[in-house]
Design a protein around this ligand. Sequence first.
Ligand code: OOG
Ligand code: MG
Length: 257
Amino acid sequence: MNLQAIADELYRHQTSAAELEKLTLRYEGLSVEDAYEIQQLCMGKYMNEGQKLVGWKMGLTSKAKQQSVGVDEPIFGHLLDGMELYDPHVSLTGLIHPRVEPELAFIFKHRLEGDKILPRDVWLATECVVPAVEIIDSRYKNFSFTLVDVVADNASSAKFYLAEQAYSPYQIALDQVGVVMRRNGEVEQTGAGAAVLGHPVRSVVEQVRMLSRIGKAVEPGMVVLTGGITEAIYIHDGDRISVSFEGMGEIELTVGQ
Ligand code: OOG
Ligand code: MG
């Protein structure tokens, strides 16, 4: 199977905001390893054009997320500098059917690698934690996919925004952080940090272990998004999305054309 050709196809759809049919309906026998290979080839195209790898994203780390998309194991994707929002405003241009989800992000001062990582290794390597929102946008029709499809599509990555205030990893019990997401003042989703694999630090552990299988690591200065705490909600022109993170402030995201 020509994985490069599939990566080229996904890249075209990602950069032109055009939906496509699930890969698994068209290519028989694609494995999860193939899907990660496609993801790397596809992200490599952005990097060849000058985009920088700024971190990694874990996905499907909460039951709410797994149930909403019908895939029941964690996955990961690349974060590129072009995905980062500098202001809490997202433009719908270039997106297909975007959704937003609340996350906690870790920012690192030391390298983390290998498959024997423990939470304490993560804390030693962490500079700070920050509230975040991720805008996901599957390139597949109806936001419907299998594990293999979503991995190839870089775990539905589109945009992410990190709050301005950073927090010490020692001050706040991240599993206890309550999250409320509102659209135009109406409560849409609620959850707590513990939804993410029991504690978001476990998502970082899992991220490092998964990266070690492909010979990669979390490098100093990188960000890791630990995964949606609640289900993601669709966003539309004119929406005001507010996400409050108990004890960690609030993100107010506006949505426009
Ligand atoms: C897959 C991406 C998952 C998360 O935080 O769970 C993800 C999807 O829901 O389309 O980013
Ligand atoms: Mg996410």
